[in-house]
Write a protein that binds this ligand. Structure first.
Ligand code: NAD
Length: 363
């Protein structure tokens, strides 16, 4: 009897726009573990040296133009990993090029108008979009979600707390970064610098957990900032409230030896705590601890974290194995983040003015 081997399924082709640290130290290592389903076929960066050198690591084509990558028929899935300001237009172009799915690094847009344009393009073309807020793809989070019952309705207190070394430390553990910009020396006396750092903190770092916070905040549209402060060298301490929730967002990036990234949602008789792995680190999933009454259940760690999780989900979306997430949820997540970012920046500016006036009065 002769056996006929099933035809091997060709992996889906990935094209990446922007080949900076997030591509080099996060996505390429995650994709290297998924070679049976995904294959990097095209790397694009506006810097030709970065494009060709990163492409040579994975044996893919390279280019310096968006159009060249989108015209490449070997590319099924596009990942937008360029700086924030290019995300919206590149995501829309990838949808219009008829690709099978798009991953956009966070934040996927810088204002509500851009977000609505993206949602329209996704609806008109039917191309599914995922946003790289990796914690929502972490198996630890997903397992907790299956078991937390009515926790989202009864939560009163939510905390996101982040203590991390500078990105460069983990990037260097992961790979050799090509052309990293020199670190800037911020002028902390300049309120415009502080405002930009706060906006960067919320839209670049807190944004990983804001979809989680929103999940536990049904009245998220009514969020207000009680107090916001910048933390040196880079970080924030922000207290928020809605009519039914108290929310604490804290982060510091310093020379810590012990990174920690926790998310907590505390209700009347239940509580959830999630310990996430730090950014860039791919050493298994988060661990979720769910307590109700006197009982505590732990979920994880599982074999991979949210970085790999988002690529697995993209592969399923691109092969039609799963329904696309709602564009409205992406817009609501972004609107929530923008509202917090704007109110935080105003609060910091008002606090700075009050401090300056106090210092003037006592001088
Ligand atoms: N999910 C995460 O944990 C995580 C971590 C770091 C960064 N990010 C996100 O990834 C994105 C990229 O960040 P990064 O750390 O790689 O740094 P970066 O923004 O400094 O590097 C991006 C790369 O894009 C290239 N570039 C510039 N303009 C471009 C354009 N128009 N088209 C294509 N490429 C262009 C640059 O030459 C550079 O090589 C940011 O939006 C950031 O928020 C996510």
């Amino acid at each position: 009897m002769s056996h006929i081997a099933a035809p091997a399924v060709r992996p889906l082709g990935v094209g990446i726009l922007g080949a900076g640290p997030v591509t080099q130290a996060i996505h390429l290592p995650a994709l290297a573990r998924l070679r049976d389903i995904l294959e990097v076929r095209h790397i694009m960066d506006v810097d030709p040296a970065v494009a060709s050198s990163v492409a040579s690591r994975v044996g893919s084509a390279s280019s310096t133009s968006l159009e060249a990558l989108l015209a490449d028929p070997a590319v099924d899935i596009v990942a937008v990993c360029s700086p924030h300001q290019f995300h919206a237009d590149q995501v829309i172009a990838a949808c219009r090029a008829g690709k099978k799915a798009v991953l956009c690094e966070k934040p996927f847009a810088m204002n509500g108008e851009e977000a609505a344009r993206i949602a329209d393009a996704s609806a008109a073309t039917g191309v599914p979009i995922l946003v790289g807020a990796m914690h929502t793809f972490d198996p630890g989070w997903l397992a907790a979600e299956q078991h937390w019952g009515d926790l989202p309705e009864q939560v009163h207190t939510i905390r996101s707390s982040i203590v991390l070394p500078p990105n460069a430390r983990f990037e260097d553990f992961a790979t050799e970064i090509i052309t990293r910009p020199a670190p800037a020396k911020p002028d902390y006396s300049d309120i415009e610098v502080i405002k930009a750092m706060m906006q960067g903190g919320i839209m670049g770092l807190a944004i990983h957990d804001l979809p989680l916070v929103r999940r536990f905040t049904p009245d998220f549209g009514a969020v207000e900032v009680l107090q916001a402060r910048h933390v040196r060298p880079f970080g924030y301490a922000v207290s928020l409230r809605t009519p039914t929730r108290v929310i604490e967002l804290r982060a510091v990036m310093n020379s810590t030896w012990k990174p920690e990234w926790t998310f907590e949602a505390i209700g009347d008789d239940s509580a959830l705590r999630i310990d996430f792995t730090p950014s860039y680190v791919q050493a298994g999933s988060a661990v979720a601890t769910f307590s109700r009454g006197g009982e505590t259940t732990t979920f994880g760690p599982y074999g991979h974290n949210g970085y790999e999780g988002e690529w697995r989900e993209l592969a399923e979306l691109a092969s039609g194995g799963r329904r696309a997430p709602s564009a409205q949820a992406l817009i609501d997540d972004l609107t929530f983040a923008l509202a917090i970012s704007e109110a935080t920046v105003q609060n910091v500016a008002a606090g700075h003015l009050a401090d300056t006036e106090k210092a003037g009065a006592t001088a």
